[in-house]
Design a protein around this ligand. Structure first.
Ligand code: NAG
Ligand code: NAG
Ligand code: NAG
Ligand code: NAG
Ligand code: NAG
Ligand code: NAG
Ligand code: NAG
Length: 752
């Protein structure tokens, strides 16, 4: 977790290359790179006047002027600055053709595999760069607080540590391609209903220990940009919240890049308060240079001229924005924008194909993310089948192709992403029906199907007499604004869509080997059928992107031994979760008290003693693993965490101080990956959850082989946030360390 600068080459004293050495958990302190970028930006801005500096910070209108991307800023030709193109989304280049549709973040999270998270970031980064996008609007890292919240699938799930690792690897991968990543939405945008008219009221400890963690990890990855959110925090809008922007993000976390408002309008609410609270760029902006309709533009110039905003603040805004551009090397040889997000058929959209061979990685992530939840009598993988029945709309194509609905605002056919601005255009979408049929043909296995969710007679006919009946069900959600089958962004409940429960129950009545495949944005309640003796297996296929059918086929036929783990808890009832979406409001601003505090997802289930259906971190394999030989060395105690600006990045907090070692043996017949998980139990005096994830790995083990695993912990990993002292504190009493195959399947325990 330590950054070491090693002078790699020193030629005649004038050329020095810095190598960033990053530990296994990928901690890094990006300040060295920022320093050089700031120096360049400062030089470039020497002769730039007030109006131009303000223009650097002001978005142009999307639909009228210079408007090829979803967000655009003005060029400053005198310094060779072309302005920015900002474009979504967290799973690929949005509103463009000839791009890949990657697995959603919630799905890469379920790989618990940092390599795959980073490779996905690299591949997406290459695509954004290829299209000429300067600022990619992702990753998204709001936590799954309420299980039905619409955009949960755009993020990395219900745990702060896993989300932080997902954010870190994604950003590192994207920015390795020279694209500026945007960490969003800062902060506390955990539901879609009233997202512009709600106040998330979050206490300081909870903000530090949960919601801000992925943003801190983003800063550690050197993220160039942060998008503030639409909501208020403690009754102040996120884009003019001095405490979150200047206090936490730019202060404690030492963030040196730019903060911009949401690119789809309406996130900025003022000129002077927003600018003074830390907003660096408004999106989009005024209809033309010199217009007064933006909160920035001429209004900001006037605010400087009448003394409301010091010019030094404008200098700092321009500096941050230009430094981000230099940080990623976008001043040299960066591709110009070559697509038109408003009309992919327009002549200025050159239809550049940026997909490369990313489909290989997409399939790889899809299968590594698939979670096997039930497998009675090892019915999976398939062996010696003569007949397969496939049932459900979710196994087949959408009636009018995978891009049937704008921004995917519909649930028809295999569900491979949610809806809203967090989407991309599918280049194609492999259906489970096609992929399974092709694979089955290799063995001479017969496939028949019924793709209706409601024709129960047809479902029965297809299920009857087959060696296996595969039933596909879905649950969708998305960004507010989209209304899909009565769901306004947030899901109305956690049931499978299209009466999926009835479909499963019908199939299970006619097939003693019913296997349920779920494509879903988050947990569904499956109590109606999960214990049905004829439901022999459940395969959680997530939101796997364009290769959906191939990924699940690789699991069903045993080409890949499942290693996916749940990045959230699947409860028996929605009321088992500690927080819910609030669907109605009687006040101009809906107050959302985060009264559950740090007890979100498994932290709540464990603390309250509620049995989940499937716990966080759970997932089966075709083999079995035995853990042994726990050793814990080192100590986090002694010394005190620093406070003040940049303190959250301090090496004292992040250097590894404890080493945890153990072995994992593959006690079964087939090779596979195990996902060992490290949970920390802080002493009771801290009023913390029983166990909190602070480490994981993905290790490949051959049958009979033993693999040594080493996980390191920093003081940060073993700390709680001290609200009074405003610093991270390692408790003096005993700290428990548990190694588990899930959050509840603890195999080894020790303490510090
Ligand atoms: C790019 O996408 C368009 C529209 O989907 C398609 O017609 C064209 O064949 C694609 N071009 C390449 C080079 O893939
Ligand atoms: C919000 O209010 C709570 C309770 O007073 C406080 O602990 C927290 O620090 C505040 N957060 C912000 C961002 O104002
Ligand atoms: C803003 O622009 C409009 C239209 O050009 C003009 O009517 C109005 O007076 C301007 N307002 C200010 C405050 O400059
Ligand atoms: C200064 O200008 C800004 C932007 O036009 C305006 O909102 C603010 O009220 C002005 N303040 C004073 C003291 O004139
Ligand atoms: C998109 O561009 C094409 C080609 O110029 C044009 O025919 C079409 O009308 C445009 N579509 C829209 C919605 O503007
Ligand atoms: C299980 O499936 C068989 C058909 O193979 C059926 O006869 C039986 O009734 C089913 N069991 C239940 C509990 O529905
Ligand atoms: C991650 O997944 C890749 C691809 O399946 C695999 O080779 C690797 O062993 C896994 N674990 C890690 C830590 O990379």
């Amino acid at each position: 977790m330590q950054l070491t600068h090693i002078p790699l080459v020193s030629l005649g004293g004038f050329l020095q290359v810095l190598l960033l050495v990053v530990s296994s958990t990928g901690q890094a302190n990006p300040s060295a790179n920022w320093k050089a970028a700031y120096a360049k930006a400062e030089k470039a801005l020497t002769n730039v006047g007030l109006q131009d500096k303000v223009n650097i910070a002001t978005g142009t209108p999307s639909f009228i002027y210079l408007a090829r991307c979803i967000g655009n800023t003005f060029a400053i030709p005198s310094i060779g600055f072309p302005g920015f193109c900002l474009e979504g989304s967290p799973l690929g280049v949005r509103l463009a053709t000839n791009v890949s549709a990657f697995p959603a973040a919630i799905t890469v999270a379920s790989t618990f595999n940092r390599t795959l998270m980073r490779q996905r970031g690299e591949a997406m980064g290459a695509e954004f760069r290829g299209k000429g996008v300067n600022v990619a609007l992702g990753p998204m890292m709001n936590l799954m607080r309420a299980p039905a919240a619409g955009r949960n699938w755009e993020g990395f799930g219900g745990d702060a540590f896993l989300s932080g690792e997902g954010a870190f690897e994604t950003i590192t991968g994207m920015q390795s391609q020279g694209v500026q990543a945007t960490a969003k939405h800062f902060i506390n945008n955990e539901q879609e209903h009233f997202r512009t008219t709600e106040s998330s009221n979050v206490d300081d400890r909870c903000e530090h220990e949960l919601y801000s963690i992925p943003f801190l990890r983003s800063v550690q990855a050197g993220v160039a940009a942060v998008m503030c959110s639409y909501n208020q925090i403690n009754n102040t809008y996120a884009c003019e919240n001095d405490k979150t922007l200047n206090g936490i993000l730019k202060g404690e976390f030492g963030f040196q890049g730019l903060v911009h408002s949401p690119t789809d309008w309406g996130g900025t609410h003022s000129t002077t308060p927003a600018v003074m609270a830390g907003l660096d760029m408004t999106m989009p902006g005024s209809p033309a240079p010199g217009s007064n309709s933006s909160f920035f533009g001429t209004n900001l110039v006037a605010a400087v001229q009448n003394g409301s905003v010091p010019e030094s603040r404008i200098d700092n805004m321009a500096l941050r924005i230009l430094a981000a551009w230099y940080l990623l090397g976008q001043d040299e040889g960066y591709p110009a924008v070559n697509f038109d997000s408003h009309n992919n058929s327009a002549p200025d959209d050159q239809q550049v194909n940026v997909q490369g061979d990313h489909k290989v990685l997409i399939r790889e992530i899809g299968k590594a993310a698939t979670v096997l939840l039930k497998n009675t009598g090892n019915v999976l993988p398939f062996k010696g089948l003569k007949t397969i029945g496939i049932i459900g709309n979710g196994a087949g194509p959408a009636a009018n192709g995978p891009n049937e609905f704008p921004d995917r605002t519909g649930d028809d056919g295999v569900l491979a992403m949610g809806w809203g601005s967090g989407t991309a255009t599918f280049p194609y979408l492999i259906t489970p029906l096609d992929a399974i049929t092709a694979r089955a043909a290799e063995d001479g296995t017969q496939v028949s199907s019924s793709l209706s969710d409601t024709d129960l007679a047809a479902a029965a006919a297809v299920a009857s007499g087959k060696d296996v009946a595969l039933v596909f069900i879905t649950a969708d959600s998305g960004e507010g604004g989209g209304l899909v089958e009565g769901n306004a962004g947030d899901r109305n409940n956690l049931q499978a869509w299209h009466s999926g429960d009835a479909l499963v129950q019908q199939v299970a009545q006619f097939s003693a080997n019913t296997i349920v495949v779920v494509n879903s944005v988050g947990p569904i309640v499956m109590e109606a059928w999960i214990e049905h003796p004829n439901v022999t297996a459940v395969v959680w296929s997530g939101l796997p992107g364009q290769e959906a059918g191939n990924s699940v086929t690789d699991i069903l036929f045993g080409a890949y031994n499942p290693s996916g783990r749940l990045p959230y808890t699947i409860g028996k009832s929605i009321t088992d979760y500690s927080a819910q979406v609030i669907y109605t409001s009687t006040t101009p601003i809906l107050e959302i008290p985060y009264t559950e505090g740090i007890f979100v997802d498994y932290r709540h289930f464990d603390a309250a003693g509620i049995a989940p259906r499937f716990e966080f971190g759970f997932g089966l394999s075709f083999t079995s693993f035995a853990y042994s030989g726990l050793s814990i060395s080192g100590s986090p105690r002694g010394g005190q965490a620093p406070t003040g600006p940049g303190s959250a990045l301090d090496p004292w907090l992040h250097d590894p101080v404890v080493t945890v070692q153990f072995t994992v043996k593959n006690t079964g017949e087939v090779a596979g990956h195990e996902i060992p998980q490290l949970y920390v139990s802080l002493p009771a005096s801290t009023n913390s959850p029983p166990r909190v994830l602070k480490g994981f790995d993905s290790v490949f083990v051959a049958p009979g082989a033993i693999q040594a695993v080493t996980l390191q912990l920093s003081r940060f990993d073993l700390s709680m946030w001290d609200v009074v002292g405003q610093r991270w504190v390692v408790p003096a009493e005993k700290i428990g360390i548990s190694i588990g195959a899930s959050s509840r399947d603890i195999r080894l325990s020790g303490s510090l």
